[in-house]
Design a protein around this ligand. Structure first.
Ligand SMILES: *Cc1c(COP(=O)(O)O)cnc(C)c1O
Length: 416
């Protein structure tokens, strides 16, 4: 069979797994084991030579199973399947999205280097950049979706550290405002500052679009990062992360993962493989529901503004949406008429939709970014990014959309 010509959703049940190696089990078992028995001492020696890069692989040779901090079938098969969605050469799965992001940033940056990043980014990423990396003398410059390429380049030059720019990290659409960042524009900025002596890594946190609706590697990104806790896991029952890219870059990411020991365990790997089988049907349904919910919100008198990719206003954003995304997604934010009091009344009145952070799961969730996910971001920055007291974020799940709308409608009615 020619797997290459098939769509990823056709391969999520079987790709990379050989039943004959597991007593004919149709599903990959959970390899709950810390270590693997070598057939001979020579085999063990040869596996370690590969693991530590002491020799090149023979033609067609794969790294044998050694120890579950280095590799495990539940992780390897999962990683091979994740590669299919993004068209990546290699993937590493982590115990959380934050461990994927922090490991990638630490691998490609050294003290004295400069990081360029889009704002807003996920609160945890923001904290890691502005607290932990600062401690390592890694400075950062933020830019916004509204900045032009020339403005971004100018800001890097003005920092006086342009020669130390080694990484660009972006999140698009941005959480929680759905602001769009142009990956190709960022690749041009990267090329502008790349020299024969110094390469720059462009990483994209693609959590908001899952692996279905945006494929950053095709637009010039070097690394794609995920909180697999969100759409990939999709059932609000597992914390995990992933990083994808070329064999060369992923060799480095996996190397650091081995020594930090922050890989996911076999049980998490198994859960995520199960989740991947329904990834596309879940996300398609969530996007369909989100459109209905967004249309309802837009027409409601107690809603001031809806931030949803289906409602973009500028021609520039519409062009970017068509070029870089294949869906309007299933994340909606909106400004309620009023302020924190009205926002909290609404959130406290929801019944079917749960008041919780996180996103991308089968059940719909609502939260208040200013005081919850983005509590740690300075107030002035939040103002610039429209993360105000009246902003509410919704992650739309797979429920019947009429029931979601009924719930939102009754909760809005409770706001006085
Ligand atoms: C949740 C999230 C993260 C962090 O992932 P964890 O799995 O919670 O560590 C990173 N980026 C984005 C965009 C997220 O939504």
């Amino acid at each position: 069979m020619d797997y290459k010509s098939m769509q990823p959703e056709s391969l999520m049940m079987s790709y990379g797994y050989k039943p004959s190696l597991s007593e004919g089990a149709i599903k990959c078992p959970i390899f709950q084991t810390s270590t693997f028995v070598f057939n001979s001492a020579m085999e063990g020696k040869r596996f370690f030579e590969l693991a530590y890069g002491l020799r090149e692989k023979d033609k067609g040779e794969e790294l044998g199973l050694i120890y579950s901090r280095l590799n495990n079938p539940d992780l390897e098969i999962l990683e091979n399947r994740l590669c299919l969605w993004d068209g990546a050469e290699d993937c590493a799965v982590f115990e959380s999205g934050m461990s994927a992001i922090s490991t990638a940033l630490m691998e490609f940056m050294a003290p004295g280097d400069l990081l360029l990043y889009s704002r807003p980014v996920y609160g945890g990423t923001d904290h890691f950049i502005n607290h932990f990396l600062k401690k390592l003398n890694i400075e950062s410059i933020g830019f916004y979706a509204t900045d032009t390429k020339e403005e971004i380049i100018e800001r890097v030059k003005q920092s006086g550290r342009a020669d130390r720019l080694t990484m660009i990290h972006i999140e698009t659409p941005a959480n929680p405002t759905n602001a769009l960042i142009d990956i190709e524009l960022c690749a041009e900025v990267k090329n502008y500052f790349t020299t024969p002596e110094k390469s720059i890594v462009l990483s994209v946190d693609n959590t908001y679009m899952g692996p279905i609706w945006q494929h950053p590697l095709k637009h010039g990104a070097d690394l794609v990062l995920y909180s697999a806790t969100k759409y990939i896991g999709g059932h609000s029952d597992v914390i995990a992360g992933a990083c994808l890219g070329s064999k060369e870059l992923m060799g480095r990411v996996k190397g650091l993962r081995t020594f930090l020991g922050n890989m996911a365990g076999p049980w998490t790997g198994w859960l995520l493989m199960r989740s991947l089988e329904t990834l596309k049907v879940r996300m398609d349904e969530q996007a369909r529901n989100a459109k209905e919910v967004a249309d309802f919100l837009l027409a409601h008198p107690k809603v001031e503004k809806v931030y949803y990719l289906g409602f973009l206003e500028s021609e520039k954003d519409k062009e970017l949406l068509a070029r870089q995304f294949t869906s309007n997604g299933a994340m909606i934010s909106f400004d309620i008429v009023g302020g924190e009091k009205e926002a909290f009344q609404f959130l406290d009145s929801l019944k079917l939709i749960k008041l919780a952070v996180s996103l991308g799961g089968t059940e719909s969730l609502a939260e208040h970014p200013q005081t919850m996910t983005h509590a740690d971001v300075p107030m002035e920055d939040k103002r610039i990014m429209h993360i105000t007291e009246k902003l509410i974020r919704l992650s739309v799940g797979v429920e019947n959309y009429n029931d979601l709308i009924t719930d939102i409608n009754q909760a809005l009615a409770c706001v006085d």
